[in-house]
Write a protein that binds this ligand. Structure first.
Ligand code: SER
Length: 584
């Protein structure tokens, strides 16, 4: 079965069970400064897991583009990916364990035709926070899983939370027996030897973990499930790695054809990083030196190095992008429109890096030769730092090279040197940029302030209960999503535009204050997801027209913005409208 068929089967199965299908949210979270990328299907749904009403109801099913970078260095083996897709079904205070488990079992055995004898499941063993999950275990028994294939584990295996704080709960995980021989008499799903592969996770989110570690019950009992599309595709096709499925195969084969040397690891790294970079760029990400921009930069640089290693001419990159668009366009049609910007971004970034790479590699060879002569097995912090400072050579690439030549590397020492260096060169320019801005420059900062003015103007002109639902800013334009039950009339649009321009003309001061979250809320400051902010927040006030909790940055006076113009007003999703606007 192809990936697209698995996705369609999944969505249709849950649709038939009363779920509404919603499309993937962008890979770059629209309004969540707490994470760089969407790392799980639950992230865009957090407000609804916490009790806000979802416009599509209490049963939702979706496919979500995700990116996880914690294992970036493992990519190249036979299973790790940074970008992947997660299929999910969601109960927002609707069904709970019994129904979720019955549906999972039915989908796996009846729709995907997985042999029930190959399924094992794991449930939460219980501790002071929640009891042993006999409800889940009994539901599995009723579905048809015998007792000896139901395992109980503690929090490290069967409790799910994204990060340190947030909605969470015990989970039950499904494993497929690959038929490989057991690693020993005690071989179990948890042992990770490869015999059992996790295929799906049902999280029963009825708790909230606060920063102080305390766990309390949520208002409602939710179900959050996640089924990794690449892995399922691989298993159903009987393939050993996701790289052998139709998602990667055309590009893997092209790389093989172009390469002058056979390094399977490098081909996988190129194929994986290129796909991830394309998906990030398609969703608006651009390379930079901070946060998510740096992740993208890192992916492109690492890919470039491995193309070099394979002795593939870097001019082939454009063709590889074309091939990937062809390969993935059915799953991700957004790639078609974004093809040119993807190409430009990747090629430009590659060009910037090529010289650094050549110089850095040459210098690294000197360092490693010297280390070998001196019988050392470690690349010292000083050398890593010198490569970085003098040649702009990224430490993670030094680490890659070192690993390939069998060296240890003192990255901790490097970090220390790097910090000392940073302290010295810091010129007091506080660069703390947060708040959903992919890249900050003069123009995006202006747009950021304009979103606050627009938010305020909509309240005055249209309805005081309008709330921001999202925003996205590039150097060219701003996009602003807000709750509203009707299409704005031409008159409303005109009035909103006029009011924003009036405030710009008044050259209102933009001021910033730090305060306790509760005080900020009491003072009437607007915010989107109060749960997500730290205890101390910054509040931006514009004259007496707007007050919002926000990480900034903003302009100092509204007069800096220029002329504000609404370009488009359209529906975004049920009950949410979207305005695209520019500053001229
Ligand atoms: N949130 C869970 C996960 O990411 C299930 O979707 O595994």
């Amino acid at each position: 079965m192809k990936a697209i068929e698995i996705r369609n089967k999944y969505l249709n199965f849950f649709k038939a069970h009363g779920h509404k299908i919603i499309p993937s949210a962008p890979l770059i979270p629209e309004n969540d400064p707490s994470v760089l990328f969407t790392t799980a299907g639950m992230q865009p749904l957090v407000p609804y897991l916490l009790g806000e009403k979802h416009p599509e109801g209490t049963r939702i099913t979706d496919y979500q583009k995700c990116l996880r970078t914690n294992d970036i260095d493992e990519v190249g083996d036979n299973r790790h990916l940074t970008f992947f897709e997660m299929l999910g079904n969601w109960s927002l205070g609707d069904y709970f364990k019994d129904e979720a488990i019955a549906m999972s079992y039915e989908f796996l055995t009846k729709e995907l035709h997985i042999d029930p004898n190959k399924l094992s499941v794991t449930c939460f063993a219980g501790d002071e926070d929640a009891p042993k999950d006999m409800v889940a275990a009994n539901a599995w028994k009723r579905a048809g899983i015998p007792e000896d294939r139901i395992y109980f584990y503690g929090k490290s295996d069967n409790w799910w939370i994204a990060g340190e704080e947030g909605p969470c709960g015990p989970d039950t995980e499904m494993f497929l027996d690959t038929g490989k021989s057991a690693c020993g008499p005690d071989c179990q799903p948890s042992c990770g030897c490869g015999k059992y592969v996790e295929i799906w996770n049902n999280v029963f989110m009825e708790y909230y973990k606060s920063k102080d570690g305390s766990i309390t019950k949520l208002k409602q009992q939710n179900v959050d499930t996640g089924l990794g599309l690449e892995r399922m595709t691989m298993l159903l096709q009987g393939k050993e790695t996701p790289f052998d499925t139709e998602l990667f195969l055309p590009v893997m084969e092209k790389l093989k054809e172009l390469a002058k040397v056979e390094y399977i690891e490098s081909r996988r790294i190129v194929a994986e990083h290129l796909r991830a970079s394309m998906m990030i760029i398609a969703d608006g990400g651009r390379p930079s030196n901070i946060d998510r921009g740096y992740v993208l930069r890192r992916l492109i640089r690492r890919m470039t190095r491995h193309l070099n290693k394979l002795q593939i001419n870097l001019d082939e990159l454009g063709g590889l992008v074309d091939l990937y668009v062809e390969t993935l366009k059915e799953l991700y049609p957004e790639l078609i429109d974004k093809k040119e910007v993807i190409k430009e971004t990747i090629l430009e970034e590659k060009d910037k890096f090529v010289k650094t790479l050549a110089n850095g590699e040459r210098e690294f060879e000197k360092v490693s030769k010297k280390a070998k002569q001196e019988n050392k097995n470690t690349i010292e912090a000083y050398d890593i730092f010198k490569l970085y400072e003098t040649y702009g050579f990224p430490p993670e690439i030094t680490a890659d090279l070192a690993k390939e030549q069998g060296f240890e590397i003192d990255l901790t020492g490097f970090e220390k040197l790097f910090k000392e260096h940073q302290e010295k060169s810091r010129m007091g320019s506080e660069q703390k940029f947060k708040g959903g801005l992919a890249e900050q420059n003069e123009q995006t900062i202006k747009y950021h302030t304009a979103t606050h003015l627009l938010n305020a103007a909509l309240k005055v002109v249209v309805n005081k209960d309008i709330h921001q639902k999202g925003s996205n800013i590039t150097t060219e334009r701003m996009r602003f999503d807000f709750s509203c039950d009707h299409k704005l009339t031409d008159e409303e649009k005109q009035k909103v535009e006029d009011l924003v321009n009036e405030w710009i003309k008044q050259d209102l001061p933009v001021t910033i204050q730090t305060m306790k979250k509760e005080d900020a809320v009491k003072s009437g400051a607007e915010c989107m997801f109060i749960e997500k902010y730290p205890d101390d927040v910054t509040v931006y006030t514009i004259g007496d027209v707007s007050k919002e909790i926000c990480g900034g940055p903003h302009v100092k006076h509204t007069g800096e913005l220029g002329h504000f113009k609404i370009k488009k007003e359209e529906a975004s999703s049920a009950g949410v409208r979207r305005i695209k606007a520019v500053l001229e």
